[in-house]
Write a protein that binds this ligand. Structure first.
Ligand code: SAH
Ligand code: MG
Length: 209
């Protein structure tokens, strides 16, 4: 097994191995389809999924811009399902995953191919100008953040490039609705994207228009 992949499997975070491997393969294919273009990750947390994208970026001689304010989504805060007290900054009592992210990326040997963009996703999206070979959306999973990520980031997927969406659950019994209802369904209904493949809760869409 590749050394970087061992680091991915050991890292704190939420990306299952089979979905990470699918994301890695999609990123390599997207880099071939849109040569020279970067990848964008929206929602990095402690850098687990970032490793799969960073390894693909290294292999394809490109970079991944990893966008996160590192303050956690609502579902990561104290008292919620996906909270980890280890990522709380004792000085402020607020979540801060940036130190964890940096350590994950460095230990995986991918610092040259991962660029952290620390800030609010809609703000970064508003000023973003570079077409991306692949945009991976895994940020806030509430209705408002999901809508904002759909509106802000889907226009930046290059023609022939890939929109990857995480935590897509067509069956409400399996998980929260917004990634499915506010990102996946609108992307397909817009006519700009076609479904390429599904692995677990990951959906890979190709930009066709
Ligand atoms: N991709 C990661 C998990 C991401 S968790 C993995 O597979 O392990 C969701 C992340 O989205 C959190 O780190 C949170 O800080 C970030 N996030 C949520 N809303 C955001 C926003 N509006 N702007 C920037 N980052 C946001
Ligand atoms: Mg996720």
């Amino acid at each position: 097994m590749s050394r970087w992949r061992e680091h991915a499997l050991a890292a704190k975070g939420f990306m299952p191995a089979d979905e990470g491997d699918a994301l890695h393969g999609a990123a390599l294919a997207a880099a071939a389809a849109v040569p020279g273009a970067p990848f964008v990750e929206v929602g990095s947390y402690c850098g687990r999924s970032t490793i799969w994208l960073g390894a693909a970026a290294r292999q394809a001689a490109t970079v991944v811009f990893a966008v996160d304010h590192h303050r956690g989504s609502d579902e990561n805060q104290a008292g919620w399902e996906h909270h980890d007290p280890a990522v709380v900054d004792a000085r402020t009592g607020r979540m801060d995953t940036l130190p964890w992210f940096r350590r994950t990326v460095e230990e995986a040997g991918l610092a040259e191919h991962v660029v952290a963009v620390v800030g609010s996703s809609p703000t970064v999206a508003r000023h973003w100008r570079t077409p991306a070979a692949l945009v991976f959306i895994d940020g806030g999973h509430g209705v408002e953040p999901a809508r904002a990520d759909y509106a802000g980031w889907t226009p930046h997927v290059a023609l022939g490039g890939t929109l990857a969406i995480h935590d897509v659950f067509p069956d409400p019994a399996d998980g929260g609705r917004p990634p499915y209802e506010e990102i996946y369904v609108p992307a397909l209904e817009s006519g700009r994207f076609r479904l390429a493949s599904a692995t677990g809760a990951l959906r890979l869409l190709t930009r066709v228009d």
